[in-house]
Design a protein around this ligand. Sequence first.
Ligand SMILES: Cc1ncc(COP(=O)(O)O)c(C=O)c1O
Length: 499
Amino acid sequence: MATTFQLDTLKIRMNDAALQRLDLHHRIQRALRALIMDGVLGPRVKLPATRGLAKSLGVSRDTVENAYVQLHRDGYIVRREGSGSYVSETVGIELRGATRKRAKLEPKPGAAQPGTGLSRRGRAILDSGGVSDQQVIKAFATGLPETRTFPTGVWERLQRQVMKDSRDHVLLHGDPQGAEPLRRAIAAHLNLERGAKVVPEQVLVLSSTRQALYLCAQLLADADKPILMENPGYFGARKAFEAAETRIVPIDVDAQGIRTDLLHADRSGASCVYVTPSHQYPTGVTLSLERRLALIAWAARHGKWIIEDDYDSEFHYDGSPTACVQGLDRHQRTLYLGTFSKTLYPGLRMGYMALPLELVDAFSRARSIMDGHTPQILQLTLARFMEDGHYHSHVRAMRKLYAGRREVLLASLVKRLDGVVQAVRPPGGLQIPCLLPQPGWTEEKTVRLAERAGLRLPGLSRLYAGEFRQLGWLLGYASLTAYEIEDAVLRLSNALSSA
Ligand SMILES: Cc1ncc(COP(=O)(O)O)c(C=O)c1O
């Protein structure tokens, strides 16, 4: 701790970027305060006289005087008639105490682990590791749509219109269940495009599928009521369920989707099952009609819930997509989950649920506790985007684009990586499962080699529970142009052949 005032130190602090927009006297005051708070200027250190400091800094004496007056008023310095200004003793004592307290908080080797002060649920959340999806490396990132073609001009125009027409409304709190025009637009879309049977009163607007999964775990599962989940399955769902300390019971998937015979045989006391019927994640398999009906019959007979994650069904390339389970379910046992992360862009953070009527109140209340509601301006802009037909046109254009990109990736994989991976042609979606059937090409090794070439291969094995794990990758392609896909596959092939 310094015992004398150093002009240079003050000048350096005054140049902090954070202080640049302040008046001069505020900059001097804030810089001095920071030096005192950090203990650089210790208790009883004498500050220069205002006239001298003003001269050294090239400012008026009043400017320095104003800074000192404020520091004095706030108790950082004391001013003694005929003697000068000094750093206050009491601030010094407080700071020395704080420094000691801070020192105590520094983790010592072998001391308490992170998360010690958390609840059991808090530790489960910490241990889950969260979901990291800041896709800095876009090549092969799964679930990422093309964002460069998003019609931002149209969106901005509609947003301006909404602000003009509903300014008072959008600046205030909204309905936790979601804005009525958007719920109406979502219900109309689901009924028309997904064969659903939904009224706007069943729709709950959320920030994402992930939020929907989190709510499902909170509201449907208990310590003695586990969640059944497809195996392999979506890691985002697993993390949301783990964070709620829910036991997850894996149910195997085969070429027709989730094995409903295993569901019928399950005696775990589970309250619900999580499924991705349109394009099973990650296999891409579409749940057969027979299995859909068996799933609904199981839920109706045993009073279970079906959580239907319909995350990318809009992108089905081989024929029309199968109607959703919700539309077939006459017993109101299905919670339908949709997202705009794929059809529009993931940064939007907008998703929704179409709930059985008996669950709407509980889910809306839970949402009101969590974060109130989704921003009003975004909801109303999206409602107009859908009402005016822009949503439909954008999805149609993207479907065509992605279908072409899927062919480019499949052809590229055959050309460059034949004998290493076996690509599975999915009927839709934004990614392709690639299996590693050849001995010698382990997932770990290929992921490591690719990483050296700046490519991230999303591994398949982490999506499995239990002993059997299919080795391979899930390659996302929708966000890459044909040229970028070919370039990435070439880089991958070069990286692997270097081994
Ligand atoms: C199976 C599945 N469900 C849902 C989502 C979308 O999640 P969100 O709406 O949280 O962005 C994804 C994203 O990759 C996914 O793969």
